[in-house]
Design a binder for this molecule. Structure first.
Ligand SMILES: *[C@@H]1O[C@H](CO)[C@@H](O)[C@H](O)[C@H]1NC(C)=O
Length: 334
């Protein structure tokens, strides 16, 4: 009996070590191996080592890059360092989308970084759309436990058939489980990875109160440690080339451990500033996957009265508009 428990304990420890150390042995790509320039000509700069890029926003343009392949499920990650000081109105996005292939029923999984006035920290927003569900935004917004403009931090998306997990460094910050009631709203078609920096003056900071100030331009976001560990898909036939053949890589997470779940709950209790589930102005009846915690209702109401029950900032609409603007500027995409 004792031996059995000991064995189990050692076994469990091994798993925890493997999982908690996942950032260390990730299969990292050079920029050119996985990504291409999307828009913004010289405002995308590949650094000498070929493994890092800068994208910048100035009066003329923002910039962005896109994965060469479409992916169906996988683990996608980049280390990002955001511009410092006054960054109100600046938006940096690291996201998956197939908006260019499916205009009416696209899917999306978003990390969005919203700049701020001097002395106030960046905020980070996550969201998903499935099959064109753009009328149902599922935004959550959080503070971070560090200054994301001071150093590189790893931002990752795990996307499987039934699960989406957003990670910051090794901490899962949000888990979205596919439920029956969500129907087609869960992303389920191949997507590209995209990173952009752009002018979100109309909604990014306090609902558009603070605009981008080009006196402080260029705003430079740095990207590194590219991981595109997914099932690459033929863009014409949309058939996957890697059904069941993706080798299991121990450094790639497949779900949340008990320890990580505890960290996630802690993070959400401390850092979440907005959740669509609690936004009565937008949703008289919360979307079906929402589980409402009365304590959380109170906490969020006290925390962020501007976005909680106040006027809606239309960032969904603004957002789509700037996405389609990106498309017009770019001829090389797809
Ligand atoms: C996705 O949308 C299309 C067209 O709007 C619809 O025909 C299809 O049934 C939807 N798929 C799912 C899984 O809901």
């Amino acid at each position: 009996m004792v031996n059995y428990y000991m064995f189990f304990f050692i076994f469990l420890s091994c798993i925890l070590v493997l999982v908690s150390g996942f950032s260390r042995n990730l299969p990292i790509l050079a920029f050119d191996e996985g990504y291409s320039h999307l828009f913004g000509d010289n405002n995308l700069m590949i650094l000498k080592d070929g493994k890092s890029v800068h994208i910048s926003l100035d009066k003329r343009t923002g910039a962005g890059f896109v994965s060469q392949d479409l992916y169906f499920h996988g683990f996608f990650s980049a280390s990002i360092k955001l511009p410092a000081d006054y960054t109100a109105g600046v938006v940096v996005a690291f996201y998956m989308s197939n908006g260019d292939m499916f205009e009416k029923n696209h899917d999306e999984i978003d990390f969005e970084f919203l700049g701020n006035i001097r002395g106030k920290d960046w905020r980070i927003q996550t969201n998903i759309y499935g099959n064109g569900s753009t009328s149902v935004g599922r935004e959550e917004r959080y503070g971070l436990w560090f200054d994301p403009s001071e150093d590189f931090h790893q931002y990752s998306i795990l996307w499987t058939e039934n699960l989406i997990i957003f990670y910051v460094d090794n901490v899962p910050i949000r888990e979205i489980k596919r439920t029956k009631a969500m129907g087609g709203d869960f992303p389920s078609k191949p997507m590209s990875l995209i990173a952009t920096i752009w002018d979100g003056s109309n909604w990014a900071t306090n609902g558009g109160k603070y605009k981008v100030n080009y006196k402080y331009a260029p705003y430079i976001a740095e990207f590194s440690d590219f991981v595109l560990h997914g099932c690459a898909v033929d863009p014409i036939e949309l058939s996957s080339k890697c059904e069941n053949t993706t080798p299991k890589t121990p450094s790639i997470p497949t779900g949340i451990t008990l320890d990580q779940r505890r960290k996630m709950e802690n993070f959400r209790k401390k850092q979440m500033q907005y959740s669509y589930c609690y936004d009565k102005t937008r949703y008289k009846v919360p979307p079906p996957e929402c589980v409402i915690d009365p304590k959380e209702t109170e906490r969020l109401r006290a925390f962020d009265p501007v976005t909680f029950g106040g006027s809606h900032h239309h960032h969904g609409k603004q957002h789509r508009r700037s996405r389609s603007k990106l498309k017009d500027d770019d001829v090389s995409f797809m």
